[in-house]
Design a protein around this ligand. Structure first.
Ligand SMILES: [Zn+2]
Ligand SMILES: [Zn+2]
Length: 145
């Protein structure tokens, strides 16, 4: 799996650059979203941070994610229609969702679609490109059976 580590200093700078005060909760929530790289849900973030921060509430996690999304630090993905997944926006990318294993893959799409500020007179705030299908892993497994 992809993994990366980010220093507290980097996290602080990211938050400050977006006008967000770097509280302990915000730093931890953002660190989780950046380091995990697996598009976690509110539940998943909460479950994973609770052992480190026993005083954490799910509402705090939710509000933190909402604020980070509004400030453009992270992206809220509504891919399957019921559960919001969170993603760090390092650079614009598309997503491939496997309908067999539900895994979300980051897709590097060489396109200027992300730079579009307006489309047919409508002002664009957020661009999400999603592909659905069967992923390589699942395709491989289907062949073996
Ligand atoms: Zn799959
Ligand atoms: Zn992504």
């Amino acid at each position: 799996m992809n993994e990366r580590t980010v220093s507290t200093e980097e996290l602080k700078n990211l938050l400050l650059a977006s006008g967000v005060k770097p509280s302990v909760q915000r730093l931890n929530v953002l660190r989780y979203v950046i380091e995990e790289m697996n598009h976690p849900s509110v539940d998943k973030i909460y479950q994973n941070l609770l052992p480190q921060i026993p005083t954490l509430s799910k509402t705090t996690v939710y509000n933190t994610l909402k604020q980070l999304t509004e400030k453009g630090v992270i992206n809220a993905l509504n891919i399957d229609g019921h559960e919001i997944k969170y993603d760090f926006i390092e650079h614009a990318h598309a997503h491939f969702i496997c309908t067999s294993c539900n895994q979300i893959y980051d897709i590097e799409l060489d396109s200027d679609i992300y730079q579009m500020q307006s489309i047919e007179g409508h002002q664009v705030f957020n661009t999400q490109v999603n592909f659905k299908g069967i992923c390589n892993n699942c395709k491989q497994k289907q062949k073996e059976n």
